[in-house]
Design a protein around this ligand. Sequence first.
Ligand code: ADP
Length: 718
Amino acid sequence: MDTFDRFGKGMVSDSSDSPVVKEGVVEKDIIQLNRLYSTFSRIYQVIINVHEKDEVLRKICTIAVAYGKLQMAWFGLIDDTGRYLKPVVFAGKEQGYLDNMKIDLTDEKQKIEPIVQAVHEGRCIFCRDISTDPRTVNSRDESLKRGFRSSITLPIREKSKVIGAFTAFAYDLMMFDELENQLFEEIGQAISFALDMIEKEKQRSLIIEELEKSEERFREMFDNAPMAYHELDDQGHIVRINNTELAMLDYTADEVIGRHVWNYVFDREASHERVLNKLKGNEPLSQYNEFRLIRKDGEPIAVLAQDRLLRNDKGVVTGIRTIFQDISELKKAEQELLIAKEKAEESDRLKTAFLHNITHEIRTPMNAIVGFSGLLNEPALDPGERKHYTEIIVQSSNQLLSIISNIVNIATVEAGQEKVNEKQINLNATLRQLKDQFILAAMKQNISLNCTTKVPDEEVDIITDEIKLKEILDNLIENALKFTMLGSVDIGYDIKGEFLEFYIKDTGIGIPAEKHDEIFKRFYQVEMDSDRRFSGSGLGLSISQAYVQLLGGKIWLISEPDKGSEFYFTIPYKRSAFKKSDGFTEKKKQIVETESPKTLLIAEDEDLNFLLLEKLLSGANVRIIRAVNGQEAVEVCKSNPEIDLVLMDLKMPVVNGYDATKQIREYFPDLPVLVQTAYVNDADRNKVFECGCTDVICKPIEQEMLLMKIRQQLDKVN
Ligand code: ADP
């Protein structure tokens, strides 16, 4: 083997580090040097191009073995304890040399070993002849066994701290001069530098990765923050906007980026001015400000915003950063709370006023009743005084009754228990009746009360709930008279298509426009203070309104203070199918206009009821037979086949009206049986018809209705 064909330049006999140059080897020197340079240059390439620590070390070993004509090269690194150096990579004919290799850097015996020295002293250690070098005493046998005759060890640094060593073995003895020494030192430094760079690069990558992650986290936070966020440039254009705000406005980023922010504000003009002023620094930045944005669909959104001016290094304003929150729900809740509070306060005020009034309204008639009742016992009372006191008591009782019935009525309406009970009435007659009722009071007040019934009587036989209609008119007329000191009260109605429109006009004190809705509220009175001039409970109009609505109409008013009031309300115009009888002239009372009277059987056990019926039928051209119980009724029918109609009571002794009707039906299938009853519900009514009766008439019986029903029944069989 050519001993010069290696790193070394010739045989060496001593162990010193100084190279000994032999003569006649100049050409080989150059070749060797070239090889050395080419090896080092390859190693440099690796250092420059490879960025992975283990890979760099492995490649350097490989190059050293392949091009440096070395038999084995390996890298050892100091472990985490700082005590041991362990092999990490190698190249070449290792032949088990590194098996279980673990160099204890603190071991006194090993201290002289070249590798330990290189690590401790941080310099290159050449061992030109392992067989004679005293430093190799511990490892010599293992090396020579594998043919390793010389070695070189370079310390490897990272951040100037030795972290390991590179060792290469040659089969030949080596000789090194100053230049090679230097080259090896440099290569050691280059490897250290490379490792430093790799470490730095690793750190840099980690930092970049960390930065990217944190930027990602920030972006995620920015985009989906619970707060909406945008940034404007110095012209008021939107340059950044987060998802929260985009979702709030229902726009995409493309639709808003680059556009002026005031395009998305409800009050555009004001916003335009405000933003530009802020950018010019003319407007102080308030801590928070409230305004409304506008969604794509035009819906406004209330927001609470906070602005921050953005400035460059020179302090010049470059934009505005705004964060804000949708406070629509909050605003809505606030508004609802305010309304609820106002309502509660109003209701409290009304209740207090009501209690105050009602106490007064009840106490006044009660005082009169109690006081004058006591006086009635005075023995010295003359008949004139007694009459006067009695009148006061009756009048006060009626007043009290009306207040109580008002309270009961409103309670029934509120409980939803008020039902409509329709029947046929003649509207003109009802109005005339009401006029009669109030005329005296009007005269006493020196007010003219006019009732106009333009439509002929026969056209206003209508079906409605008379009690409720009367109650409505009653309340409105009473109010009109109460709040009018001078002038007149006019009542009447017009037919307006499918509705009847009533009016009650007065020339009284009038009502301010802002109270027109209020007066329909329970207990509300325009004058609510304790020194109010007018009596009343504040319930009349709310009852009237509830009744009008129940009847299927509406109520409203036209009124101005000092100019009087006009109350209007409507109800459906339901004309009765039956022809109204034209008053009760003797002729019209007749059930039949023929010579021969009709025979009626009245089955009625109560004498008073019979008498009443007899009275109601007097002059009706009828012959009456009476039966005092159901059984008698059946027998009378059998023995008097001329009977034209039976008027049957239901509650009778021996045989009741139901059974009697059934039995009569068996003998006289076509005989009309008109049942008089105070039935309450549909079940009762059905039961009556199941017995075979032909019609029913409700108690209390009205003459007109009675005659009409009898006439109808007789018409059917004739
Ligand atoms: P009351 O008459 O018992 O006070 P209402 O509910 O009937 O209660 O009326 C409520 C309020 O409406 C009255 O207290 C009064 O202030 C006002 N009002 C009603 N009708 C008239 C009217 N014709 N003229 C002036 N004010 C009226």
